[in-house]
Structure formats: C-alpha cells, structure tokens
Design a protein around this ligand. Structure first.
Ligand code: ATP
Ligand code: MG
Length: 246
C-alpha cells in the first residue's frame, strides 16, 4: 500500500481539494483508494455526505497513536492507496501522517505567505526522511509570479526542481469548487475539462514519483546485500590468514 499525505501549515491552500481530486483520479486509473481524514474540520466527511455514492470511504483518524496500527490493517486488507488529508497548522496527527507516508505532498498557492508556511512541514518530512514534493495550486494560467514561486520552492528544498515540484501546476478553476459542493471530484464533475486534465496529470506524476521511490528502495537493498557479501568475504579472508599462520 502507498500512503500519500497532503500537508501544509497554511489554511486554504488546497489540501482537501487535491486529496479528493487525486483519490478519484487514482480510482479511475484502477487503484483501490481510501481517503483518511485527520482534520476535525471534517471537509472530507462533509463531502462524502453530499455524495450519493459510498464508492470512496472517508475514514477519520484524529489521534496520532491510531495512525500506524490502522495503516497496517489497511495494508493487510489489500488496499492499494491511502490518501491522507491533514488540518492546517502542525498537529501530532499531521506529524504521524507524514511519518508513515510514502510521499508528502505540500500544496502552496503562488504567494509568499503560502510558500513561507511550507517550511515547518518540510522540516517534519525531512526529520522522518520521507519523500516530499510541492504542488503549486490555484495558480493563474501563466505568468512571472508562478516562475518566481517555483524557483523559491526549489531553493528552499535545495534540490533539483524536477524532483521537488509536482507537475502540472494546478490552475485556479471554478470546477474545483463546484465539484466539491456537489459531492464530486473534478474528474466526475467536468470529465473533459482542463481541471480534470491537470488533476489526472498530477496523479500520473505522483505514480511515477512513487515508482521512483520504490526503485530507490531496491537500490538500497542491493547496496546492503553487496555490503553483506563484502563483510563475509572479509571474514573468510581473515579466517584463511589465521589458518595459514597456525
Ligand atoms: N485549483 C483550485 N481552483 C479553484 N479553487 C480551488 C482550487 N483549489 C482549492 N480551491 C478552493 O479553495 C478553497 C480552499 O481549498 P481547500 O479546502 O482544499 O484547502 P485546505 O488546504 O484543505 O484548507 P484547510 O487548511 O482549511 O483544510 C476551497 O474553497 C476550494 O474549493
Ligand atoms: Mg482541508
């Protein structure tokens, strides 16, 4: 199971909207998905109540201590993807969600306040050595402001922009607000719209990023196996040297 967390200290940057958009895009791409709500504000539960369909379960987990055992159970049940929506600010539940994530997505509008507010989330992701990426959301269609925001985020992370800034950028479009009001995701509300194209593109980007993480794990395993073999060879050589000497 892959666990994706949407987190940032700043309220209103699009955590819940992107969680719902990505959940439906992933479901339509063939994944089994559950939405996990750690925000007592209840945006996802309210959305689920407006939805005349129980195809996507919204599960509240408000206590940090419940997080790891519940994720373990979900993984054992065969679920493929858990998408976690967190509250603004930085709570114990958010920290737990980031700690057990495979990818932490940090949404930010292209404004100084939003970008500054990413720092604390970034520190938590780094402290737990979790992969993270920024998602620029509610952007104008194009302009200098977006380039500046993208470059600032890349500098903040001190990493290659292509790894750290999710693509495509998600433009400010009414479809996002209207779909949520109707208990839908954009890909259901406006299947042929630009908003859907962007959210589907974002899901594909996330999928690729998760595969990249899986490759990294594989490389780590190969390195650790090679280290193990070197260790055995070194021990044998030492034994042989001792035998020769005696
Ligand atoms: N790309 C977008 N285009 C237009 N409106 C958007 C977009 N993304 C989010 N919104 C709107 O912005 C508002 C805030 O979004 P959302 O509730 O997803 O943010 P949040 O980070 O979850 O907020 P909170 O911190 O309060 O939980 C909502 O009204 C939502 O519909
Ligand atoms: Mg929210």
């Amino acid at each position: 199971m892959h666990t994706i967390v949407l987190a940032t200290q700043k309220g209103g940057s699009g955590k819940s909207t992107l969680a719902i958009g990505l959940a439906l895009a992933a479901k339509q791409a063939g994944f089994t998905v559950r939405l996990i709500e750690t925000d007592p504000q209840g945006t996802l539960s309210n959305w689920q109540r407006r939805r005349n369909n129980d195809d996507i379960v919204v599960e509240p987990i408000y206590h940090a201590a419940d997080f790891a055992p519940r994720l373990k159970m979900l993984a054992e049940s065969g679920l493929q993807l858990a998408i976690v929506d967190t509250a603004a600010g930085l709570s114990a539940a958010t920290t737990a969600a980031i700690r057990y994530s495979d990818l932490c997505l940090i949404p930010a509008r292209p404004s100084v306040a939003d970008i500054e507010a990413t720092v604390s989330t970034l520190s938590v992701a780094r402290a737990w050595k979790r992969p993270y990426s920024f998602v620029l959301n509610q952007t104008p269609i194009r302009g200098q402001r977006i380039d500046n925001a993208a470059n600032t985020l890349a500098e903040e992370a001190a990493l290659d922009l292509s790894d750290v800034l999710a693509r495509p950028l998600i433009v400010m479009r009414n479809d996002h607000q209207d779909s949520l009001a109707n208990g839908l995701a954009v890909s259901e509300f406006a299947p042929n719209g630009k908003s859907t194209e962007e959210i589907r593109g974002l899901w594909q980007w996330v999928e690729t990023r998760l595969n990249i993480s899986a490759t990294n794990v594989l490389i780590e395993q190969v390195i650790s196996a090679a280290n193990g073999m070197l260790h055995v060879v070194a021990e044998r050589t030492a034994d042989e040297a001792t035998n020769l000497a005696s």
